[in-house]
Ligand binder design. Sequence first.
Ligand SMILES: Cc1cc2nc3c(=O)[nH]c(=O)nc-3n(C[C@H](O)[C@H](O)[C@H](O)COP(=O)(O)O)c2cc1C
Length: 382
Amino acid sequence: MTASFWKTLPQPIIGLAPMDGVTDSAFRYIVATYGKPDIVFTEFTNVHDICSGRLKVLDSLRYSEVERPVIAQIYGKDPALFYQAAHVVCELGFDGLDINMGCPSKNVASSGSGAGLIRTPNLALELMDHARKGIQDWAAGQSLAEIGLKPSALQAIAQLKAEHPDLTEYQERASIPLSVKTRLGFDCNIIDEWSDCLIQGHPEVISMHGRTLSQMYRGQSDWKAIAQAATRIRQHGILAIGNGDIKSLTEAHQRIETSGVHGVLIGRGALGNPWIFQEIEQVRQAITTGSQLEWKTSEPSLDEKFQAMINHAECFETIHGTERFVRMRKHLGWYCSSFPHAAAMRAKMVRTNSTQDVTNLLQAYLKEQAVTEPPAFASTSA
Ligand SMILES: Cc1cc2nc3c(=O)[nH]c(=O)nc-3n(C[C@H](O)[C@H](O)[C@H](O)COP(=O)(O)O)c2cc1C
């Protein structure tokens, strides 16, 4: 058993929130290189898919070393599969395991997984128990073959693990920390009793998105409710992380100051904006010294933005190939804001099929701008 990385992180912690279809390994790599959040989460992955070892699904468990500490988020409702999936997550070298108890999507929540677990607290605790037992048994030396995974799954997992040669040769078996990410409640705010329940499962961290399942993404994240729950959670030596609607480090600073959380997660604020995590140290300094956070937010220049788009596309292509480039398009669209004719560029970006297409479009844009609108890149928004 080694000390949890959570305990050694500088506080307040500022991390990238998990987002299905968004926080894939290419995006996390770009965020880690441009901004370096304190922690990142994978997209959530279904425990059944993990245990069946379908390589395509296991793609969501790819990562690169620069992202560490990197936490794998899993979801489902079958305790036995949580036991097995925890083994796989450990074997793949993740720094932490997070259970999703907040996804509101119909497919997930109505089947009793994700935010559906808020209605079945005993099952939620059972899943935590099984995941923890899986982590402990793996750390004690149990192999994936011993827990009954199919040979095809073992092969797929070994293939994924081979992407981390250091791990393959030198991996020490140590328990990784278990955490939970959830919402305020199902159809109303019950975060006080719900967090009291989760506390009984002894996670190291409880991350809270300040909305109920019924709210989906409507309304505002309720930071008062988060603050209230954070007070209870802290008393048990568990880290409380708040989440919802943070669009800048200035806002992160303000939320941390007023809610008493140990840290925050930023999700949508990072879309097309991997720079958002730059200067986290300044937030920590302001909190430590009790001073105001004073800096001019440094918008990336057009060159920096275009370079990031090319780097991101290249990274995606290296990891996933051009066959899946469609999944990259939305990211390219998100970068297209705050420069002249950004909307027109966005419309073109969502039809690209390769990094070469992206580069061609950006070069054509720069050429056109140089001819028609010298020399200005004023801050005209699209
Ligand atoms: C497209 C999308 C996908 C998401 N997928 C996940 C997920 O896989 N796991 C999870 O715990 N939360 C997921 N979330 C919720 C976010 O982690 C976060 O709680 C929510 O977006 C509120 O934070 P924000 O306002 O900073 O975006 C997702 C959110 C979005 C917008």
